[in-house]
Design a protein. Structure first.
Length: 483
């Protein structure tokens, strides 16, 4: 970081703090003001408020093993509640301008990977276990060991693969891409639209939404994703009023009877800690938890360091102040998300919007968290957004996650090949776990072939062994005579 940025983020001469709140959050000391913190809190909220729409849509559109779906209104309430509480906790406990909410990517794992294997209660129990494991890793100091076990190129490939997976989900949910029925007798698995062409007003809304979103992103408009969702929802409501539309899918865009309603906390506390072990088996559960921990843990590390650096808060060694406390709160957020059935909550890179407005302390989180709390009473307004208006955001998030591909060293095959497999296998098999497993196993094999097996961390050896069992579970069962 340049000396200029350090000076801008933390002036050498600070005026005396004006109040106990100022002193507690170190607002003046960090070169900020109450006005900047308040503006930053608003900016962060409006930049990440899209999660109040997307998380219920992603989780609500999936079915568990028994065909059950989660209620959209209850999901909206749970999403807002966890975001409000944990963002405020991070502000007070970590004193960083770092907001938290249900993690995109993580919720896709829960909806499309975990839920089909078990009940929703069991799936959310795994989220709680994942959060508890992260807390244990932080408390015991094992986070450094985990960080060093996975090569940087594979970490980046995992994010890229999840990005492609999320974008693919967006295209499918909006009807832009559909599966060709098996009876068609073709080797092509998917097609454009429902018949090989784009038809219907809902798909048009999606296409316009994608164009609007990428245009706003290209112009670096703050809150681009939220602006697109709101605009396309309004357009969808107008179209639904004027045109004869057979179906919008899960949500029909129509004006609610009321804008404000009492929050529905029906999903809070509906989780089973160990039910998944009986439904899918120990090996599968261990791999699923490992996938969740990997995605959550490393995304958090990158976000925390990135936001702290942008705010000029890193110390002389380049470390985040009170990092252990910050990571512990983030782990607790995952526990809270699972306990509330809203999926794992994690730190949001969109917090950079608040930093850009001048936020430097956790006081801005009080504003952001307060706005999420206010959203608890606006569920009727938040649950009229159709998939076609929200899906462009999934495509946009996929693009943003895809940008990390440039940091992978494609000239080193020992990293490039495992990274490619990680990225490709995720969307092609509709499974994040499969992508991570393919990358890990390929990395260990290539390192061994090159005579550099000793370079592979023992944690990676153990994980790869688990993935080998995971991929070969059917022949192993046949050998052991297990049904």
């Amino acid at each position: 970081m340049s000396e200029t940025k350090k000076a801008a983020g933390r002036p050498s001469t600070s005026p005396p703090a004006a109040s106990s709140v100022d002193r507690f959050f170190r607002i003046t000391e960090r070169g900020s003001t109450f006005g900047r913190e308040i503006r930053g809190g608003f900016a962060t909220f409006f930049t990440m408020a899209y999660i109040l729409v997307l998380n219920p849509i992603i989780l609500g559109s999936a079915k568990d093993k028994f065909g059950h779906q989660l209620d959209t209104v209850q999901l909206t309430t749970a999403t807002a509640l966890v975001a409000a509480v944990m963002t405020i906790v991070m502000g007070v406990g970590g004193n960083l301008p770092l907001a938290l909410a249900a993690g995109l990517g993580l919720n896709a794992v829960v909806a499309f990977q975990i839920a089909p294997l078990m009940s929703w209660d069991d799936a959310m129990g795994l989220i709680v276990l994942e959060g508890l494991l992260i807390c244990v890793l932080v408390v015991t100091g094992l986070r450094e060991a985990v960080m060093h076990a996975i090569p940087q190129g594979l970490k980046q490939a995992i994010s890229v693969g999840i990005g492609l997976f999320i974008a693919f989900i967006g295209f499918v949910d909006a009807g832009f891409v559909s599966r060709i029925p098996d009876v068609a007798g073709t080797t092509v698995p998917v097609q454009l639209g429902g018949t090989g062409t784009l038809t219907g007003w809902p798909v048009l809304v999606f296409c316009l939404g994608v164009l609007l979103t990428i245009g706003l992103l290209a112009r670096k408009v703050k809150g681009a994703i939220l602006i697109s969702i709101v605009t396309m929802t309004v357009l969808a409501i107008v179209i639904d009023t004027l045109a004869d539309i057979k179906s919008w899918g899960l949500t029909t865009p129509s004006l609610p009877d009321s804008v404000v309603d009492t929050p529905d906390f029906g999903l809070i506390g509906h989780f089973s800690l160990f039910g998944a072990f009986g439904e899918t088996g120990v090996i599968t559960v261990v791999l699923l938890i490992f996938t969740l921990v990997l995605s959550d843990f490393f995304d958090t590390m990158g976000t925390v360091v990135g936001i702290s650096a942008e705010a000029g808060l890193l110390d002389e060694k380049g470390d985040v102040p009170h990092l252990g406390r910050v990571l512990l709160i983030d782990g607790a957020a995952a526990v809270a998300g699972g306990a509330a059935s809203s999926s794992s909550a994690t730190s949001y890179i969109e917090s950079a919007a608040g930093v850009g407005e001048g936020a430097r302390t956790g006081f801005s989180n009080l504003i952001t968290g307060g706005l999420f709390a206010l959203a608890l009473f606006l569920t009727p307004l938040l649950t009229i957004v159709p998939l076609q208006a929200a899906a462009p955001a999934l495509v946009a998030v996929g693009f943003l996650m895809m940008t990390q591909v440039k940091s992978i060293d494609w000239d080193k095959y020992e990293i490039a090949i495992p990274a490619f497999l990680t990225i490709a296998v995720m969307p092609f098999t509709y499974s994040i776990t499969n992508g991570i497993g393919a990358g890990f196993v390929a990395y260990v094999v290539i390192k061994t072939v090159l005579g550099r097996a000793k370079d592979v961390h023992w944690l990676l050896w153990g994980a790869s062994a688990l993935f080998v069992v995971y991929f070969a579970i059917d022949p192993i069962k046949q050998i052991l005579g297990v049904e």
